[in-house]
Design a binder for this molecule. Sequence first.
Ligand code: SF4
Ligand code: SF4
Length: 161
Amino acid sequence: MRTQAEIARLTVLREKLRPADLRGEDHCVRCTFCCQARTCVPAPAEVEAIARFLELTPRELLRTLCVADYQWDPRETVYYPRFVGVRNVDLAGTVVSNDRTYNEGACTMLDGNACRIWEVIPREGREAACWREPDTFEPRLEWKAGQLERMMGYERGKIPA
Ligand code: SF4
Ligand code: SF4
């Protein structure tokens, strides 16, 4: 859930940036509002490509530029990465409660009004369409239980909090 302070910040920012849905457009106007509201979830194959692009190993990328979010499952919690937000950079590489990932601030990959990994942008960012889904932040998960832990070099279910 978003904090009141975050809701107030985003309300002001939305008015200032005027995303496509506010302008009545049916295409992205590159306003960056979505990148400042909640960060992308890269799919497993995208982690590899982004890490290569940034000249990091996947583990370095996940431990220094992402936090672990999670989806509760009755059998086993499934962890998945999100790019860290500017307010939570000190939490990179750890599990951050799902509530808090709504309150991270702008994505650390945002550079001015551009995504600095544009060449390998995650599908979630590439397909963002606020005019169709104004406030949809549920990721289309491609992560399986234990997969993120393996890539980060932790035991299954043991990413530090
Ligand atoms: S999809 Fe994102 S960047 Fe594009 S117009 Fe909408 S909020 Fe702005
Ligand atoms: S990875 Fe790029 S497109 Fe996705 S939230 Fe961050 S800056 Fe935006």
